[in-house]
Design a protein around this ligand. Sequence first.
Ligand code: FAD
Length: 434
Amino acid sequence: MRDFAAGPGAGAPLDVAVVGAGIAGLAAAWMLSRRHRVTLYERLPALGFTAASVAVHGQRADVPLRVFYPGYYPLLTRLYATLGVASEPVSYATTFSGADGEPYFRWRNLRWGSRSWPLVAPHDLLGARARRIAFGALALQRRLRAAAAVGALDGATIGEFVEAERIDRDCTEGLLWPALATIATCTTADARAVPAAVVAGYWGAGLARDSVRRAVHGADEVAARLVAPLARVVCDAGVERVEAAEGGVRLHRRGGVEERFDHVVLATHAAQALQLWPGAPADEAALLARFRTRALTVLMHRDERLMPRRRRHWSPVHAHVDPAAERPESTIWLNAVQPSLRQAPPLFQTVQPQRAPRDGTVLAEARFERPLVSLDSQAALAALRATWQRTAAQRRVWVAGSYAETGVPLLESAVRSALSVAAALGVASPLSSA
Ligand SMILES: Cc1cc2nc3c(=O)[nH]c(=O)nc-3n(C[C@H](O)[C@H](O)[C@H](O)COP(=O)(O)OP(=O)(O)OC[C@H]3O[C@@H](n4cnc5c(N)ncnc54)[C@H](O)[C@@H]3O)c2cc1C
């Protein structure tokens, strides 16, 4: 977390605008509202965090699914606990199949309470390829841990690390790249460029023992609780630009509407923040321009053909890995991960679809941009943090977002960035310790 030297001290509440109602903006607005008058702006007709969710069978299904595991998400876990948002363990066991549609690897979950261990069942190891993948994964985990312990991962991508360590190609092509490209929703080439230390951090934080979890009542409840204390929430907001004004910031909205705030938090992607803030100092603008995103599509549908051909091979998650495709396709079997949909007809969420579901089976389509993490983005982040630190006392415009903290850009880094901005504006962490 950023540790700003000096934000505003105790004093009268400030007028603060937060632009962007993804989890970073929602969390920042909620924390800042402890002490300040906060207006939250979202460009979409609904809060960004829940804007793509779908109503189905009298339920709401999150799009995308927002799962987490406590080891890597200590702040999100505490945020949910503070908000009173209940979460439940879900199985994220995965079947991997190739271009021919035949499964070649599968890991299951051995679950006990909130603990969960990945398990490759003996009968899933009958093929030589599955054995090479499993043993390759064990070797990779061991070597990553050893290298991380002595700081030997710095400056290396995971692609370079597996080459240097001669990790079995069956493991990298069949498991590592598809899994990483699914977690970070990116292409296989993007996955290879992820810093090795980031992969080690994600894997080493307890993924092999914590159960993956989801909010029982989905993203809607999280968002509702986060906006409850806010002074004003404006969706479809048409925020066009922010600029320095006498002792504050002027925010320009569609139709020539101008509002003045003491501080503004841009909780959007870096490129969007840059667009909104044409007067950003040149050094900061140059650093923000180094964060890249990858566009992707998510489909909600009912086409079972995007799952393994035989039902007995189905897992909650299906990774379809066609070596000719630039990215894997992953399909989540929603009935298996959202207990309230267990009895409903089969329902799927396919991320980065490479094959079109059958006509008439698609319920909804959503598009997202996901920040990429690379050695360059991490270097830009380190330089940005130094800038933020140096300018904390005079700043009026702040940025937050999943890209604005180290690690895989996920809900956790977004919440961490919100906490940092709140701390800089004089709000002590409101998160409970459990
Ligand atoms: C398919 C997929 C699956 C994922 N699964 C998981 C998961 O299981 N677990 C997990 O931890 N993470 C997951 N993630 C990542 C996670 O969703 C993101 O890291 C997180 O939502 C980022 O939050 P954010 O607030 O930084 O950005 P965003 O959610 O992108 O929020 C930015 C907001 O700013 C708004 N905005 C932009 N410009 C303006 C403007 N001019 N005016 C007003 N508003 C504006 C946007 O509309 C948006 O709502 C997934 C992502 C995808 C795409």
